[in-house]
Design a protein around this ligand. Structure first.
Ligand SMILES: Nc1ncnc2c1ncn2[C@@H]1O[C@H](COP(=O)(O)OP(=O)(O)OP(=O)(O)O)[C@@H](O)[C@H]1O
Ligand SMILES: Nc1ncnc2c1ncn2[C@@H]1O[C@H](COP(=O)(O)OP(=O)(O)OP(=O)(O)O)[C@@H](O)[C@H]1O
Ligand SMILES: [Mg+2]
Ligand SMILES: [Mg+2]
Lengths: 222, 222
């Protein structure tokens, strides 16, 4: 489904460069539940941004559904991304001026659903992550773990084929974290979504089909 | 050292109110190493902001060193806070226009230390949290866990009497998380700092003198 071949990522910093990914290879098959683990700074979010079509590699080839996507335009990339991928960001990136409900319903409004329909679906998915009683709060009126759950709801509302979650339980207590993992497990097993989770929690790794380990920008186990 | 008595926190939301803390009592003694645990949304960050003199309760009495501080002015509160408390925020709150080193050295510059001296101390503490090779990066050029460690360094650089850390290992892999905990343990045992850590990690709770458990805005165990 997604294939990364010999991927480099190199940032320019003034007159210096910082290489972050080194000839990285990775294959994700449809319907897999995968954990990506590795030390802080090892390149997990960087890889996720490339898999999630939010960033382009400096070198190497990305393919989605066997179609090479390195050379498609930014607009085409955005269309493919919005259609296929739901992304839970490590930093949430909720819109501060909007309520939880509005934040979650936005992807559906963009697809042309009515306000009424989007709002109903948004409330449903917020209920599912235990946020049913806080739909009218803005992000700064929510706890860290509540904001994380709103970000999860927003990623899932468009029924994406591929779910990318960057440390989705980092701010959650273990009970709430388990509920979120059960939701991802259900989406994978019952609805056949491809789910890729960056996590520091070995317990989550154990629930997945396989664990891809990163170290210093390279895959050391798959 | 810090005493909270019958603390309420009530937010106004339009024409409604949201009560978040309910007649909460808490006592922190000098030199203690304390974990605060509880479900997402239970009030941990709210309590930390009151202990950290960043927020005032709606009702109830706060005392620091046996001096009631409810009625002191905002300026006096700020002076007391900057002198006594180092705060690692759940959302980090790093300044996006400055490098890691500048972010960490700012508290010392405010105290009147020279640029040279502040920069040396900042680099030392950044080295201590494993960030010695990234001091010139801005926050958006750092991974989530790297930003968290810069926030930790900034909280510690002023040698505060009281260290408040709101989920300081949430974005860290277990090895880096252990290194951070060892740093807090050392500050508590060798330097006698009072350390209060909000955490979802029972492993961290076990390392502390005691665990204060919150549920729905109340203390249920201490
Ligand atoms: N814009 C940038 N310029 C320079 N270096 C960068 C930039 N963005 C990220 N980096 C570096 O890339 C490396 C990998 O970052 P990444 O965010 O992928 O790590 P991570 O594995 O997700 O870490 P964490 O577990 O802490 O979230 C880090 O060492 C970081 O300093
Ligand atoms: N400005 C606000 N207006 C209304 N409600 C608020 C506001 N700020 C916080 N809350 C509510 O206060 C409650 C407690 O929030 P707090 O941030 O203290 O939780 P927490 O225990 O730190 O959770 P987490 O583990 O998710 O970080 C939450 O239910 C939240 O919705
Ligand atoms: Mg990351
Ligand atoms: Mg919190």
């Amino acid at each position: 489904l997604i294939k990364l071949e010999k991927i480099d990522k190199i940032y320019k910093m003034g007159s210096n460069t910082q290489q972050v990914l080194f000839s990285l290879d990775m294959e994700i098959n449809a319907g897999e539940l995968i954990a990506i683990m590795g030390a802080s700074g090892s390149g997990k979010s960087t890889v996720m941004n490339i898999i999630g079509l939010l960033d382009r590699p400096t070198n190497g080839i990305c393919s989605v559904h066997n179609k090479v996507i390195n050379d498609i335009s930014d607009d085409e990339l955005a269309v493919l991304r919005n259609k296929t991928i739901g992304f839970v960001f490590q930093q949430f990136y909720l819109l501060s001026k909007f309520t939880a409900e509005k934040n979650v319903s936005l992807p559906l409004l963009y697809r042309g659903l009515s306000e009424k329909e989007s709002s109903i679906k948004a409330k449903q998915i917020l209920e599912r992550v235990g946020m049913g009683d806080r739909t009218h709060h803005k992000p700064n009126e929510l706890s860290g773990g509540q904001q994380q759950r709103v970000a999860i709801a927003r990623a899932l509302i468009g029924d994406p084929e591929i779910i990318l979650a960057d440390e989705p339980t980092g701010a959650l207590d273990s009970k709430t974290g388990k509920e979120v993992m059960n939701l991802f497990l259900e989406l994978n097993r019952k609805e056949k979504r491809t789910v890729i989770i960056v996590t520091h929690d070995p317990g989550i790794g154990d629930m997945c089909h396989r664990i891809i380990k990163l170290q210093d920008g390279k895959v050391i186990a798959s």
